[in-house]
Design a protein. Structure first.
Length: 86
C-alpha cells in the first residue's frame, strides 16, 4: 500500500515496487501519467500496451525508448514522442 500511494503521487517510486505491482496495469498507468519514464519499470507485457505507452510518451517523449520494438515502430507514437521532446 505504501508503494502504491507513493506511485500515485509521484510515479518514479514504482522502481521499488514488487514485480507483481509492475504488472498491475492501473498502477502503472498512474505511474506513467506522473513520470513517463516509469515505463522502464513496467512488465514486458505492459511495455507493449499501446495505451499505456501513449500515456508515458505524452508525459515524456523519451519514454518511447522503453516500449516494445513493435510500438517503437508505430508512426503516431513516434510523432507524439517527437512533439513532446521538441
Amino acid at each position: 500500500e505504501l508503494v502504491q500511494e507513493a506511485v500515485t503521487q509521484r510515479g518514479w517510486p514504482v522502481q521499488y515496487a514488487a514485480e507483481r505491482l509492475r504488472g498491475d496495469r492501473a498502477l502503472m498507468l498512474e505511474a506513467v501519467r506522473r513520470c513517463g519514464c516509469s515505463l522502464q519499470f513496467a512488465s514486458k507485457d505492459l511495455q507493449g500496451d499501446r495505451e499505456l505507452v501513449l500515456e508515458a510518451v505524452r508525459q515524456n517523449g523519451w519514454a518511447i525508448q522503453f516500449a516494445t520494438v513493435e510500438l517503437r515502430a508505430e508512426r503516431d507514437l513516434v510523432q507524439e514522442a517527437v512533439r513532446q521532446t521538441g
